[in-house]
Design a protein around this ligand. Structure first.
Ligand SMILES: [Zn+2]
Length: 92
């Protein structure tokens, strides 16, 4: 294993070395309707924002930005957001 690599378990349970990845800070995604309403935060209850949550173009940085909105709506949906981070990392 090279310096800077970390070990992790692959999908099949095999121990594979992986390099750490830095996700640069980003703003949370905001749907067009929320932008039009001048909302400044991702709205978990908004159907348009929920679509962005499931959009393959949404990055881990953007999902972390949503998690940083530590408001009750985010807290109630934290497992869904974390699941999307996991899906992006493991690509399934
Ligand atoms: Zn929205």
């Amino acid at each position: 294993m090279e310096m800077g690599e970390i070990a992790g378990n692959g999908v099949d349970g095999v121990n594979v070395p992986r390099k750490p990845v830095v996700h640069p800070p980003a703003d949370g995604p905001l749907c067009a309707a929320c932008r039009k309403l001048d909302k400044s935060f991702f709205d978990v209850r908004c159907a348009g924002c929920q679509l962005l949550l499931y959009d393959e173009a949404t990055t881990i940085s953007e999902l972390f930005a949503i998690l940083r909105q530590w408001i009750p709506q985010t807290q109630q949906n934290v497992l869904i957001i974390i699941e999307h981070v996991r899906l992006i990392i493991f690509n399934f």
